[in-house]
Design a protein around this ligand. Structure first.
Ligand SMILES: Cc1cc2nc3c(=O)[nH]c(=O)nc-3n(C[C@H](O)[C@H](O)[C@H](O)COP(=O)(O)O)c2cc1C
Length: 206
């Protein structure tokens, strides 16, 4: 059974990105995956302190707070879902807090290691990015996904997908969009079996 971890980056538990993530997770569960969801806004944790202890003396992040369990769950997952609204053209602070702390997955000397050997997680994991964007223009904020897809490839998330809805602003907007829910269902089913290696990276991993 594939293990999926879902991180909710929005402070709105009934918001658009959470609804989209719920649809992904529901389909994944139905298709036989086990899913563990963490609403990051309910957790108390610090941002990365840049202490580099995870590069000098520890295999894990030395900060001990509510994120410790999340980092441990992601360490053992097959697939990771990161759901977030667009806030000022970026992911939310709640999700960015996790992303910065995921620096602990990188091995010491990672910039000089060959691709595929940089992560303590190995390779072959799946990443699904779920983005709810208020603005209707689809060519705005397109940089978010390729940026994290690129870095998470370093962390061993070899395959990735984007589920994105634009022009969703108010509570309930995403749930009213049949095509979004349909794409969410398809993504969930794909995550349950493992993402196929058919999509080239949005930007070459360096
Ligand atoms: C602080 C804040 C910043 C936002 N910044 C943007 C933005 O830069 N671009 C955009 O398209 N929408 C922006 N929005 C709108 C949200 O992306 C939109 O309402 C989204 O559906 C919220 O997702 P949620 O329901 O999962 O919280 C912003 C909303 C807030 C509260």
């Amino acid at each position: 059974m594939r293990k999926i971890v879902c991180l909710l980056g929005s402070p709105r538990p009934k918001g658009n990105s959470a609804a989209m993530a719920r649809a992904v997770c529901g389909a994944a569960t139905e298709a036989g995956a086990s899913v563990r969801t963490f609403p990051l806004n309910d957790l108390r944790f610090s941002g990365c302190q840049g202490c580099l202890a995870c590069k000098k003396k520890s295999e894990t992040c030395v900060l001990k707070d509510d994120l410790t369990e999340v980092l441990e769950a992601v360490r053992h997952c097959d697939g990771l879902i990161m759901a977030t609204p667009v806030y000022f053209g970026e992911v939310t602070a709640q999700l960015k807090g996790f992303i910065d702390r995921s620096f602990c997955y990188l091995k010491p000397g990672y910039p000089h290691l060959p691709r595929g050997e940089r992560s303590r997680l190995g390779t072959g994991r799946d990443l699904a990015f779920v983005i709810a964007q208020g603005h209707p223009k689809v060519d705005l904020f397109t940089d978010i996904y390729p940026r994290y897809e690129y870095f998470y490839r370093w962390l061993g998330f070899t395959q990735s997908r984007l589920l994105r809805a634009c022009a969703v602003y108010h509570l309930g907007d995403a749930e009213a969009r049949a095509e979004v829910l349909e794409q969410a269902g398809a993504l969930g089913r794909e995550l349950a079996t493992g993402l196929a290696a058919d999509s080239p990276p949005a930007r070459g991993a360096g």
